[in-house]
Design a protein around this ligand. Structure first.
Ligand code: AMP
Ligand code: TRP
Length: 337
């Protein structure tokens, strides 16, 4: 990335929490979008380890240390090119934690209590930590530190990006214009892939870790993929049109659509009258074909953690000055420097 180039290209920022089993929903909703658009943008992709600490009971230090490396390898295996995109670990750039405090001070409690992710995550906890409530403020800090224009995420992150915009505007009201207001970048179809074992819930990294039949992991072996797709929930009809399909079948069609790039009419013609066996067979083939190079690249990267370490340190060194400059601007505006 040349400095002159960076000035002209819109800034893209996104991140994934390094916990659970990375799945095909993460690939379709987030990683594939990041990878596809790399040359158009100035890209920053973060592994948000500080977010993983918000449920400390579930996350052991050794687990987190391992997951961070695994996720870095998965980003690259999915096509994130370290030459075109900065890849780094959130905790390597201290400005994230510092800006979070400053933004906490301008964020009304009610805004955080309203977040649906907070409501669902806190419902399962015996005791709810302050970090879980402040989770979206840390996410806002991630985004706002880099003058981000676009945030490519899945549908479930819509509310958090909208909150980020609200925080930026409230800050401007209190202290004057300081941040760039980010926009969402969400794909039209495939932004919310559902669980294969239960199409009423979103496919999730934590459920995938608990139940093998819930998701297709990005490094699943072909035999595992075949078995998981074979067991995916459908129904007793033979309906393979998008508009009329039941939730489970629609989910399979949507995954097929996202990975093949084919149009809906072409897909409907392909599966017309074939029944669900045919759909599952062809979907399995497509998944195996898509994931084979990802699994191979991932395995190669994991054999040499020093290469990953260099990529992550280079990424942090590249982005830290931008984060520092924003932080200085914010502190000045608030009277801290
Ligand atoms: P998470 O798995 O919650 O850490 O999410 C990482 C990224 O993947 C975010 O951009 C999410 O919006 C996206 N994502 C997570 N689950 C899905 C899903 N089931 N379908 C589509 N995108 C998803
Ligand atoms: N909350 C996001 C998720 O669960 C992860 C995330 C943290 C993020 N910081 C971000 C996504 C900044 C986009 C931009 O998926």
């Amino acid at each position: 990335m040349q400095p002159s180039e960076a000035k002209h290209k819109p800034v893209v920022f996104s991140g994934i929490q390094p916990t659970g089993k990375m799945h095909i929903g993460n690939y379709i909703g987030a990683l594939s979008v990041w990878a596809e658009n790399q040359s158009k943008y100035d890209n920053i992709f973060c592994i948000v380890d500080l977010h993983a600490l918000t449920i400390p009971e579930a996350i052991k230090p050794e687990y987190l240390r391992h997951k961070v490396v695994e996720f870095a390898a998965l980003y690259i295996a999915c096509g994130i090119d370290p030459e075109q995109s900065a890849i780094f670990i959130q905790s390597h750039v201290p400005a994230h934690a510092e800006l979070t405090w400053l933004l906490n001070c301008v964020t009304p409690l009610g805004w955080l209590e309203r977040m649906t992710q907070y409501k669902s995550k806190s419902a399962h906890q015996e005791s709810v930590g302050t970090g879980l409530l402040a989770y979206p403020v840390l996410q806002a800090a991630d985004i706002l530190l880099y003058n981000t224009n676009l945030v490519p995420v899945g549908d479930d992150q819509r509310q958090h990006v909208e909150l980020t915009r609200d925080i930026a505007q409230r800050f401007a009201f209190l202290y004057g214009e300081t941040f760039v207001t980010p926009e969402l970048l969400i794909r039209r179809s495939g932004a919310r892939i559902m669980g294969l074992d239960d199409p009423t819930v979103k496919m999730s990294k934590s459920l995938g870790e608990q139940r093998p039949e819930h998701s297709i992991g990005l490094v699943d072996e072909p035999g595992v993929i075949r078995r998981t797709v074979a067991r995916a929930v459908t129904d007793t009809a033979r309906e393979t049109r998008f508009e009329h399909a039941s939730a489970g079948v629609l989910n399979l069609l949507t995954i097929y659509e996202a990975l093949s790039g084919e149009t809906r009419p072409a897909i409907e013609a392909r599966f017309a009258g074939g029944g669900y066996g045919d759909l599952k067979r062809q979907l399995t083939e497509l998944l195996v074909e898509t994931l084979a190079p990802i699994r191979k690249r991932y395995q190669d990267l994991m054999t040499d953690p020093t290469e990953l370490d260099i990529i992550l340190r280079t990424g942090a060194a590249k982005v830290a000055p931008v984060a520092e400059a924003t932080l200085t601007r914010v502190k000045r505006a608030m009277g801290c420097a």
